[in-house]
Every structure is written in C-alpha cells, then in structure tokens.
Design a protein around this ligand. Sequence first.
Ligand code: GBH
Length: 504
Amino acid sequence: PDASSPENASILCPDFHWGFATAAAQVEGAWDADGKGESIWDKFSRIQGNIIDGSTNADATRAYDFYRGDVHLLKRLGVSSHRFSLAWSRIIPLGGKDDPVNEAGLGYYSNLIDELLHNGITPFVTLFHWDTPQALEDRYGGMLDQDRYTQDFERYARVCFAALGDRVKHWITYNEPGVYTLAGYAAGVHAPGRSSLPGRNDPGDSSTEPFIVAHTELVSHAHTVKIYREEFKVTQKGVIGITLHGNYSAPWDKDDPKDVVAAERALQFEIGWFADPVYGSGDYPACMREQLGDRLPHFTPEEKALVRGSSDFYGMNSYTTFFVRHREEPADINDHKGNITTHDTNKAGVSRGAESATTWLRSNPAGFLALLHWIWDRYRTPIYITENGITAKGEDTWDPTDAHWLAIPLDDTFRQDFFEGYIGAVAEAVRNGVDIRSYFAWTFTDNWEWAAGFTNRFGSHWIDFNSREKTRYSKKSATELGRIFEHLIGKKNGDGAGSPKSPV
Ligand code: GBH
C-alpha cells in the first residue's frame, strides 16, 4: 500500500529522522574558495569527455554561498534532519596528516551545522562522499596505498570529530564505498578515472585495483570508528556507521534454481562485499572468494577484528531493482559482478519498473521492500535509509518563468508516486518488524550528478542552472514528503504529552 494509506497512520516513532540527503561535490560549488584544495572530482570534471554535458562542478548549486536560504527552505518543509557531506579538501586542502587545517573551510561546516540546529534540524554528516583530495592521489595514489591513506583519513576524521562532534551526533564514514571503487577503478567513469577498459584516461589495473581500494575503505572506516568510540563517543555520545549502496536483485526465472542462486550471488557481490565484513561473518562472501581468488585481498586477523562490528547502524542507499540470470562463464578480469547478467524484464516479460529519466533507474517499490527484508534478515542491524530517490522524464524542459509555475509548485507526479510507493514499503517493513530509523530522500535540489553533469534532475526543487543565483523552484514532491511523514509519524499534539523529538 502507498505511504498515505490509512493503515500507515502513526506507524513510525516520533524520533524517526526524515529529510533530504546531499553531497558536497554535487552542491557546494566554490571549488577553490577560502582556501579549499582541489579534489579528484574538481580535476576529473575538467577533463574533456568525462562529463556528459561538458560541465564541471565549479559552481554546482552554489550551496556554499546560499546555505542559509537552503536551511530556511528545509525548515519550511518541516524536515527533522538533514544529511550532507564534508569536502575533505575544504578542511585539509592537501589532505595529509601533516598538512595544515583550513579554518575557513571548517568554519563553513560549523556555520551550516549551527544554522541547522538553530532551526531544529538534526545534522547527519558524511565524512567521505567520493571527493578525495587530489594531492593524496598525486602523492601516493590515494586509496591504492592502504597504510598512508588510512593515516591521512584518520587524521581528517579526528579533526572533524574534534571541531564538530559537540553538535553532530550522527556520523557516516563512507558513502557507497562500492560505487566509489567500481566506477573509479573498474569502469573508470568516475574520478579518479582508472580503468583497463579501452578509451579511459588512466590505464590502471581493473582486475585488482577495485578490490584493493575497497579493502582500504573498509579498513580505514574501521580505524576511524575505533577512534570515535575510544576518543570521542564518551563525551560526544553520537553514533557512527557506514552507508552502502545496493540494488535489489530478483531472479530472471523464479522457477530456475540457478537464477535464484544467481540473484542471491548478485546481492552478495554488491552488498555482502562490504556488509559481511562489517555486520556478518567478518570476511568477504565465500562466493566472491571462489570466483576472484587472490584478486580479493585477505584481512589480517587484526583487521578482521577491527572491521567486524565497526558500525552502529546499517546506512542504506537504494534506488532500483534488476532481474538477474545465471551465466556459466566465471568472472573475467574486467568483471566485478561475478557470473551473472542483468535484465530489464523477467522471463515472463514483466518490466523491472516504470522508467525514469535515468537509464539504470526504474521505480520498483516491491524490490525495495524485499531488499529491506534481505538486509534485516542477514545483518540484524538498525537501518538508516540514507538515500532514495528518482529522476523523471521531461523536467529538463520545464520553464520556471511560466507564471503558472510561480503560483503553484512544479507538479512532479512521477516522483510523488515514487515516494508514495517506496515510503509505503518502509511502512510495511516497519510493520513486519524491521528496525528502520530514518529516510533521507535523494535529493533536496537538482544538482550536479557526477558524470551525468546537470542532465539528471533528482531534486525536490527545480534549479535554473542558467541563472547566476541558481534559483530554486519548489516541486510538489517536497511538500508531499512532509505530508507523508506527518501521516506516518502522527501529530505530536493532541494529548499534550507527545514525546519530544530526541536531540539525537
Ligand atoms: C547515489 O549513487 C550517490 O550516492 C549520489 O551521489 C548520486 O547522486 C545518486 O545516487 C544518484 O545517482 O551509469 O549505468 O553505469 C547511486 C548508485 C551507482 C547508480 C553507479 C548509478 C552507474 C550506473 N549509482 N551507477 S551506469
């Protein structure tokens, strides 16, 4: 049932967190303002051919300049919380453990956090959403050097906890470590653009590098969590974890046991790769080891002990569902998914969902519900949904200067239906006993969608990218989200004794 159906009234706790998620490199702009250093995305986006529309993220939505207005908008929408990421190279321009801290950069985030708190909005802060300082890439190849990188990341995290942890009680170390490594080191379509596939900027070895980088992410994540727990948690009393991306995989032929196993294997390759070490067995899934052999690094006993249990919650980003078929040939050197193929329709010809404006992304609420159960059954850890959202066909051609649209919000019915369906799945999972504590929609405003530049509008606010001020116009889904969560959480007035929103 849709989120707004009567049976979902008051299904969520009063302290459920809801709002929007953003990422520094996609919204801030001001790429070199006030002492900020270059990130790998700043550099990557300037190389001809990397970004579909030839844009860079130098300005993005100018959230760096307009954060006060954005927080004001968020407050008007009634969100309880807001998720955003810190740009490492804004805080430590050269990134390294002995490099100077840029107080102006830290000051920006401190002001943003104060502004949110002043307006009653709880900040959820991601330390890393893909924008590695370029200097670390130049010095030692970034995450390919596990030891040097980990020391630098630890120091960066320490600086953030010390300066912001008095006010931030929800920390996320990494956003989608799997996407960072596969897109950046296998396909080469994201920074730093390394790939053995023909035609990419920087050769690299995509048979091993993606797995090395993933290992670095896991180990440096775990070290960071240890630091938080040992040095900061006692006084700051927050929680810390990691956010993983995962699509749902359903068998192409549900009556073929090979396809059923293949769909499960796809989930393990995509999600279990990171989640098993952190929330499960403490090691990579057996099906990955079987196919990849020593291409997959081995955890030392110390690393295993450190990584296992290194997350207070399961941070979940999910968007879509694929049908998966068994394939006989094992993984080749450019294959990071194992022996499967993915499909848009199943054997019976059923589509994996309504098409958005983004090729990989189709709306499939039932798959989202199934994935919530898969994660809960396998890992039994409270789930924070940290990203979920969609693009819609046609929004690129909208003309906000039309008087009609100035009077009423832009009517993004496709996105409203998406939220009804997916948040309805959240309500259903909660009813079934899954412990879900947040829902962050991706995303607040249209933004700079990485290699897709400005061509993919995921926002609940439409942005006029041609205007100097990157003017924001509301889409109706923004206010609809507020209405949905009011229904799900229930009004807090009434008996006068409603539980106050917890500060954490
Ligand atoms: C999230 O990734 C990101 O966290 C966020 O920054 C981003 O803006 C948002 O989703 C929307 O994309 O081009 O066919 O090879 C979602 C996971 C993984 C989905 C990479 C797209 C590339 C598919 N993404 N994938 S394709």
